[in-house]
Design a protein around this ligand. Structure first.
Ligand SMILES: C[S@@+](CC[C@H](N)C(=O)[O-])C[C@H]1O[C@@H](n2cnc3c(N)ncnc32)[C@H](O)[C@@H]1O
Length: 316
């Protein structure tokens, strides 16, 4: 039985041929969750009609997109092409966001290539109707680099709004250790720890308390190569949406946003262009509901089918 890490599912052609027959969505199709109304579409985020197919008349208050720079579609493409493509995705998102809503864009900045595509995307966003609110950095635990440079441990997260969406400050589990920032409030000298609204540090725009996903973690989905931590997505959802509201993610991959939305009592409309990642997204939700597990730490989403195929091959 094949239990351990799968190869990169976007690249291994033999594995893809084996897995595609087990995927319930064909391009253009949408899976509708019978329990909570989530949707997963095998669709293209850059095609306006596909976004309409996913959302129909729904309007979301939050979109969280993990833009696939350097993955699948853009490995050989120019930054300018990528930015023009992102502009289409953002325009399509705008069409299905509510009047008061938030848009988060996960993005890398390649220090070996003029920090592309971060500055280009920031400039592109200035010509949309979205208003910039924050540039968040998530600190990875592992990084890349040489002894001649600062190890790269950043993941960037751009936060934009339109209208006046609500925002709920989020708190980390990091205790406030530095005391003594005195300030006089209503004639009384107060210390920072007395002034704050929480016992712990508020999550600012640098997140050092989120563990990036790696194979030893319960939430790890073997075969997915760009999985975001559930904790980070949960923080965004809690800050920028209310229970019962709808969250969008046009790049589902391992289905992190769908799962975080399920846990937080939000509805999620998500898509991926690749039927294999759509299937993984649906399976991850179904498995969570069955077992409470958030990933496949010591297995993989297609372990049963691949095990059967291996047995059949062994008998041939
Ligand atoms: C960076 S990953 C997203 C990771 C995700 N946030 C997670 O936590 O698992 C990008 C995903 O976008 C998908 N993708 C690439 N081009 C797309 C397109 N035009 N429309 C929809 N999905 C696309 C890829 O198949 C890939 O699964």
């Amino acid at each position: 039985m094949l239990k351990h890490p799968l190869a990169r599912l976007d690249r291994d052609k033999t594995l893809r041929t084996k897995l595609l027959p087990f995927c319930r969505l064909q391009p253009g199709q949408v899976w509708r969750d019978p329990l909570r109304g989530h949707r997963v579409g095998c669709l293209d985020a850059a095609v306006s009609q596909d976004v309409q197919t996913l959302c129909a008349t729904e309007r979301a208050t939050l979109a969280i997109h993990d833009l696939p720079y350097n993955f699948i579609a853009f490995e050989t493409q120019q930054v300018s092409n990528f930015v023009a493509w992102c502009a289409r995705v953002v325009g399509n998102t705008d069409d299905v966001l509510a009047k008061d809503s938030s848009l988060y864009l996960w993005l890398g900045a390649d220090q070996r290539n003029g920090f592309a595509p971060l500055p280009e995307i920031m400039l592109m966003m200035r010509s949309t109707g979205f208003i910039s609110r924050s540039l968040i950095t998530l600190r990875n635990q592992r990084g890349y680099g040489t002894q001649q440079n600062w190890m790269s441990v950043r993941q960037e997260l751009l936060y934009y709004i339109k209208g006046k969406p609500h925002f709920t400050p989020q708190y980390t589990e990091i205790p406030k250790t530095v005391k003594g920032y005195f300030k006089t409030i209503s004639g009384e000298l107060t210390e920072n720890t007395a002034r704050g609204r929480g016992e712990t540090l508020r999550a600012g725009n640098v997140w050092i308390d989120v563990q990036q996903v790696f194979y030893r973690m319960e939430e790890n989905v073997n075969g997915c190569y760009a999985q975001k931590p559930l904790k980070a997505i949960a923080r965004i959802i809690d800050a920028s949406s209310a229970p019962g509201e709808t969250v969008l993610d046009f790049f589902a991959h391992s289905g992190t946003t769908l799962l975080a939305a399920e846990m937080a009592g939000r509805r999620c409309l998500t898509m991926d262009i690749d039927p294999i990642f759509c299937e993984i997204t649906i399976r991850r939700l179904e498995r969570f509901r069955r077992t409470g597990r958030t990933g496949w730490q010591n297995s993989n989403p297609f372990a049963r089918e691949l095990g059967q195929l291996q047995e059949e091959e062994a008998h041939e």
